[in-house]
Design a protein around this ligand. Structure first.
Ligand SMILES: Cc1cc2nc3c(=O)[nH]c(=O)nc-3n(C[C@H](O)[C@H](O)[C@H](O)COP(=O)(O)OP(=O)(O)OC[C@H]3O[C@@H](n4cnc5c(N)ncnc54)[C@H](O)[C@@H]3O)c2cc1C
Length: 505
């Protein structure tokens, strides 16, 4: 006897199947002795899947958001203001995910914050000037340009609403003198790089709670629940401590579970060249990718040919400082290897040069720059074991355990380039300035920290299946989705955009 999908639906008389690991082929039914067991019966044999309980909805909501990083929180903002009933779940004991540790180097245009600071570019002007670049590619989707426009405007609205309605605090935008590259588009949390947790994430979470959003930590999503027409009607969760199962019914389910950098198996499968690097994050394990795949969602951009992410140093804040202050980066051989005003790619450049670590050397100006001062102080305190301070380059080299002659020669050459006004060695354009003693140095190791491949959403922010059809009831945002690029502002924007869609339903 061959069992059809509808037969499975009938097994146990339940009207739902659980679409998740190991369950897609099994209906779920209570055993006659009352214990719970999923059964699959074939001619002449009986098999049983242990541990799969029948669907039993104990909660019902308008919107179910899974994951409480920036994408999940942003997705709740507009619907919460619109009075929708929202349940948010988080597998960890506290909210925030990777977002809570993000450097929060963010981009935006036309926000009230920027307009009030004298940057006259409105979001309409920004869109007009950049639409062609932003909508390039994806020609197969005629809706794509409109969707990108929605996401771009959502980026701006997120910042305005976060400040005006949710009490988030941003820093007065940097002047061109403070941030020679990109001062028009970069925005930061109130205390500068690395301070998004207390200034953006927590205020938004507190206000959501005040607006009645039910935030539940310690609940891990394990499988989406679909009806007979494959409409996603909720999700199954496992209590992270007790293992107790909870099924939540929802009109709309939003996956915002982050990337997969913390899942060794997935990294080996999709990004094998990253598999042997340490990693910074604890929680982004690609669970959303996997449970969405089980209801037919397609994954895109997962491998290194398409991924839009880079490797990082294990002191992430430090890799951004070169935007705001003169720094010199050297390898363990004491030599420069990259243009430091763009140190974001230093990890890959170090690997290309045959190393897995490098040093960032800076002076007092790093402590004085308001965009990074807090993070410089904080990271030195938390990384004393890899911090060296010295009055001379020779002492610095000894403290760093790099060849003294090489470091001295590197600085002599760097100062020569500074005097000439042009970095002909590495093309550094901003902060081509000599460092002054005392010198400070921090050592960084190559590690992975984010991934950008994942689900593709369609014109209504609904997840697309492998035939590019929308999966009804299922939405996604943030690092789990391809078009967020795992950039923090895009994670916020895609989340906010989903929320706008759901608020209007
Ligand atoms: C150290 C660091 C620095 C960074 N700095 C920058 C930067 O300066 N600029 C930039 O553009 N980007 C930066 N990034 C990347 C950016 O911050 C992230 O891509 C972004 O914050 C991801 O947001 P998210 O909401 O999609 O995912 P996350 O913040 O990872 O949130 C996902 C949440 O879902 C939860 N979750 C996962 N699976 C389940 C499940 N099965 N059930 C329930 N909950 C689940 C997780 O625990 C987590 O809380 C940085 C990342 C890191 C780690």
């Amino acid at each position: 006897m061959t069992l059809s999908r509808r037969d499975f639906l009938k097994v146990g008389g339940v009207t739902c199947i659980v679409a998740g690991a190991g369950t897609a082929l099994a209906g779920c039914s209570p055993k006659s002795d009352g214990s719970e067991k999923a059964t699959q019966t074939g001619e002449g044999s009986e098999a049983a899947l242990v541990g799969y309980q029948p669907v039993n909805f104990t909660d019902e909501t308008d919107i179910l958001i899974i994951g409480t990083g920036y994408a999940g929180l942003a997705a709740a903002m507009a619907p919460a203001l619109a009075g929708k009933k929202i349940i948010m779940t988080e597998k960890q004991v506290q909210i925030g995910g990777d977002s809570a540790t993000s450097c929060c180097f963010m981009f935006a245009s036309g926000t009230e914050l920027q307009l009030n600071a004298g940057n006259p570019t409105t979001i309409d002007q920004y869109w007009e000037a950049n639409a062609e670049r932003l909508t390039a590619g994806h020609d197969q989707y005629e809706w794509f340009p409109e969707w990108v426009k929605g996401k771009t405007y959502a980026n701006t609205k997120f910042v305005d609403v976060a400040i005006n309605d949710f009490g988030a605090k941003f820093q007065e935008p940097c002047t061109e003198e403070e941030l020679p590259r990109m001062s028009k588009s970069v925005i930061l949390p109130a205390d500068g790089i690395g301070s998004g947790g207390p200034n953006i994430l927590q205020p938004i979470a507190s206000k959501l709670t005040e607006l009645g959003v039910d935030v539940r930590c310690g609940l891990r999503a394990t499988a989406l629940i679909v009806d007979a027409e494959n409409v996603v009607i909720g999700c199954r969760f496992e209590d992270a401590t007790s293992g107790k199962i909870t099924d939540i019914k929802a009109q709309s389910t939003v996956l915002a579970t982050g990337g997969f950098a913390d899942n060794g198996e997935m990294v080996r499968e999709y990004l094998p060249e990253w598999a042997n690097h340490g990693q910074l994050v604890h929680g982004c394990m690609g669970e959303g990718h996997r449970i969405a795949e089980k209801v037919g969602a397609k994954l895109s951009g997962m491998d290194s040919s398409l991924t839009r992410c880079n490797l990082m140093g294990d002191i992430p804040n430090c890799t951004t400082w070169g935007y705001w202050t003169p720094i010199v980066l050297v390898l363990p051989n004491g030599k420069r290897f990259i243009e430091e005003a763009q140190s974001h790619d230093a990890a890959q450049a170090a690997l290309n040069a045959g190393y897995r670590e490098w040093w960032s050397i800076f002076d007092q100006r790093a402590f004085d720059a308001r965009a990074i001062g807090h993070s410089v102080e904080g990271n030195i305190k938390s990384h004393e074991d890899v911090y060296v301070k010295a009055d001379t380059l020779e002492e610095l080299a000894v403290g760093m355990d790099v060849p003294v002659d090489a470091l001295v020669a590197t600085f002599a050459r760097y100062d020569e380039l500074v005097a000439s006004g042009e970095d002909t060695d590495f093309g550094k354009k901003a902060w081509v300035e000599s460092l002054q003693p005392p010198y400070h140095a921090l050592k960084l190791n190559v590690c992975r920290y984010k991934t950008s491949g994942g689900l593709v959403v369609g014109p209504n922010n609904q997840v697309l299946d492998s035939s590019d059809n929308e999966i009804p009831g299922l939405y996604a945002a943030g690092a789990l989705t391809l078009e967020s690029f795992a950039s923090v502002s895009s994670c916020m924007a895609t989340g906010y955009y989903v929320g706008e869609t759901l608020a209007a339903l």
